[in-house]
Ligand binder design. Structure first.
Ligand SMILES: [Zn+2]
Ligand SMILES: [Zn+2]
Ligand SMILES: [Zn+2]
Ligand SMILES: [Zn+2]
Length: 376
């Protein structure tokens, strides 16, 4: 670059820096809050994009406008951010086409959430926009728990999970067919490399707000486990106990009890053996009436009887609590279609018989005889 030109550029840059340094209106950032900001302020820290904010014609989701006092905004960077938001809004058009109307969506590092519940009875969920961000936040919290328990890193996750929450049954029916490829008026999911879960917040079933959250936790756990490492759902390759057991473990960890079953293909929510499970498992072990581990561990998710589900949960609970670092490798071996014998040998160095003995001892030592008082 010729020296005079360089000098001119440096002088201009210095002048720009000076005018920005002096600007009190924008605190020398070159940007001030979008005048529409109060109408589309996003909450929480999880969202990378939000369709409500991105639809603002004034700022296109950047939440700011150039400061007119100093005129030093980085217009190029702003245009890049706005173009990215516009492109993302276009990606959402096929989703909205199915429902025939505009919807609210937000994207985080590991999820896309389409949220259509106008008002929730929970702090932060009083508005559609608030609920959107609250649930996106909760999805990322579940993701953090899942990766801590499985040892999976971001590169082990094959793609984001798309979650859709509806306040109308008819919308669930449309979304279930289009995005989860099955008919459902309650809850449905698509497992694998690009998981999807769609849930109707039916107050006949999911009475209180936390029950919607709990349903989402259960189903998204299935999605994440199916997605991680290989895109293979363990639930239909005789790994139902890990699949359903982990979903129940998270229900119990976060909500104190189980309300949710994937008993049949369509994920009908059944009112079976609700409540804490420790005493029931403990009692069965004490009476020597627990089903054999190999019997339960040879079934698909939808083949697990309500009783099997208790034990599926308990085996997972045992590994998570007594052999935490080995849960991920064990799940991975099962997903790789290794036999249960092989999977246990290479991860826990146990035979199925030894696993069952160790589990029995764990239950006797750690499970309560009577139900503890917990939330819900
Ligand atoms: Zn300024
Ligand atoms: Zn937002
Ligand atoms: Zn705006
Ligand atoms: Zn399930």
């Amino acid at each position: 670059m010729p020296a005079p030109l360089l000098a001119t550029i440096l002088a201009l840059a210095a002048a720009l820096a000076n005018s920005r340094a002096d600007c009190k209106r924008c605190k020398s950032t070159g940007l001030v809050a979008c005048p529409e900001a109060t109408r589309h302020a996003c909450t929480g820290a999880a969202a990378q994009r939000c369709s409500i904010a991105a639809s603002c014609v004034t700022c296109v989701g950047t939440h700011s406008v150039p400061c007119t006092k100093c005129g030093t905004a980085d217009e190029a960077a702003r245009a890049v951010a706005q173009d990215a938001n516009r492109a993302w809004l276009l990606e959402l058009v096929p989703i909205e086409a199915v429902l025939g109307r505009k919807l609210a969506h937000a994207k985080s590092a590991h999820f896309l959430l389409t949220f259509d519940v106008p008002k929730l009875d929970v702090e932060g969920g009083e508005t559609l926009h608030g609920g959107l961000h609250l649930y996106l936040e909760r999805l990322e919290q579940l993701f953090a728990r899942f990766t801590a328990d499985t040892g999976a890193s971001d590169s082990d996750i094959l793609g984001p999970t798309h979650a859709l929450l509806w306040s109308k049954e008819a919308d669930q029916e449309k979304a279930a067919l289009a995005f989860t490829r099955q008919s459902s008026s309650t809850e449905s999911k698509l497992m694998g490399k690009a998981p999807v879960v769609s849930i109707f917040y039916d107050k006949e079933w999911l009475h209180e707000e936390f029950e919607l959250h709990q349903a989402l936790v259960h189903q998204v756990t299935h999605c994440l486990l199916s997605n991680v490492w290989d895109g293979i759902w363990p639930g239909n390759i005789r790994g139902g106990w890990v699949d359903e057991g982990l979903a129940h473990a998270y229900e119990i960890a976060l909500f104190g009890r189980v309300r949710h079953y994937c008993y049949v293909e369509s994920d009908t929510i059944l009112e079976l053996a609700r409540g804490g499970w420790e005493p029931e498992v403990r009692a069965a072990v004490e009476r020597d009436e627990a089903p054999g581990f190999l019997g339960v561990a040879g079934k698909n998710t939808t083949e697990l009887t309500p009783e099997d589900q208790l034990f599926a949960w308990s085996y997972v609970d045992f590994v998570l609590r007594a052999q935490h670092a080995h849960f991920g490798p064990l799940a991975r071996a099962i997903k790789a279609r290794k036999s249960i014998k092989e999977a246990l040998a290479e991860t826990l160095q146990l035979s199925p018989f030894q696993f069952e003995e160790a589990w029995r001892a764990f239950v006797k030592e750690h499970y309560a005889l009577k139900e503890k008082k917990k939330r819900g």
